[in-house]
Design a binder for this molecule. Sequence first.
Ligand SMILES: *Cc1c(COP(=O)(O)O)cnc(C)c1O
Length: 471
Amino acid sequence: MVADGLLDRLTALRRGDLPTHGGRTLAYVYDSGLADADEVGRRALAMFASTNGLDPTAFPSLAAMERDLVALTRPLAGAPDSAVGTVTSGGTESILLAVQTARDARPVADPVMVVPTTAHGAFHKAAHYFGVRLVAVDVDPVTKRAVPEAMAAAMDAHAGHVVLVAVSAPSYAHGVIDPVEPIAAAAAERGLRCHVDACIGGWVLPWAEPAPPAWDFRCPGVTSLSVDLHKYAYTPKGVSLLLHRTADLRRPQFFATADWPGYTMLNATTQSTKSGGPLAAAWAVVQHIGVDGYRDLVAITLAATRRLAAGIAERDHLALAAEPDSSLLAVQTDGALDVFSLSDEMGERGWFVQPQMAFRDLPATLHLTVCAATADGVDDFLTALDESVAAAVAAGPVEVAPELRDAAAALDPATLDDAAFDGLLAIAGLAGHDGALTVPKRMAPVNALLDVAPPRLREALLIAFLDRLTR
Ligand SMILES: *Cc1c(COP(=O)(O)O)cnc(C)c1O
């Protein structure tokens, strides 16, 4: 038995976290509500925790499970038999690899990727890591979907430099599916790769009714697609799939080096040593729930999403930022309240909803990831929402003091030193005593300040925050 009460201490630590189950945490976690599926996942995770995906010949079980998962996923993503896939640690790693592969497949000076503004932040991270310039094309202001003509124009404006075009199915921020077919066709006409980021939709859309327009490999120009199993496949964290239409398209993803005296390193992903646990858990959970199980979960989830959407749309002061195409909602408010206060109020009532800051012409919103386990709580959610809206309206929107706003706008994040950041963290309300950090219970004043900060400053502030959090 485990001595020293360590597990008790872990249990105590977990009490400070957001709940992972119960359907009231509407970002970060995915709850099927199926206790037996969770149990299967946990057991498989433990069984394979110490295995190492570094060398698939040493652990052939892992290669076999990876092939099985790819084979299971191919038909769901409309992929031809030629398609190949790789299990990665998550959506970000899948996207990083898609970008790196595209860049290395077409060595050009000043490589560019063309994406809608709503593309996930992981594309920006890939741009940063791999020296690819990200060209962000504005989306339709009403539908929040990418505009095919504008995407094509950006491809032409950067002709000779574009290594990748990407779209979302759906976007995280607004939950809408980009017009994959025409954008992939425009990419194909120009001989360009097109990636579909189906990280969050790839395990929902195959069972959505009515079926959405083709969003996957059924669109001939699509060359790669990412889908996270640790989202709507409800598997333990650490598993995503990156599919390529052909093995040729994937080849530059692989890395080998013989330039050192140790084993010849051979990797399909950015990680080298990696636990087989998440892969085994995904293999087990996906088959345990099965296609019929997912069909039921998706029906439950989308029905709950529609009820939430209808409830939000009919409430005073609230509106949907876009008509949802899947299981995600983005909620905006009128001037009587702000989304950050609303998020705090919902938090007090036991519901976590995720604030999203304003960007270009897109207003700040609250993000809701709806899971099967949320379905039973829709009425409770709407009750909490009514109370929260009333409280936030009574308090009025948080104001950022004009001098604070001006001071923030005047800063050049590139030239700030550590002491200046400590001052800024204090201004933002995040500094405690002696360089310690505090995370205030009510985040609205902090979020409102971050919301008006120029993006570069917002990034710098949050990096300074993380730096101190991890000292
Ligand atoms: C979650 C998500 C990602 C990133 O995935 P991680 O697993 O968090 O790394 C990328 N794109 C979309 C659309 C997502 O929802």
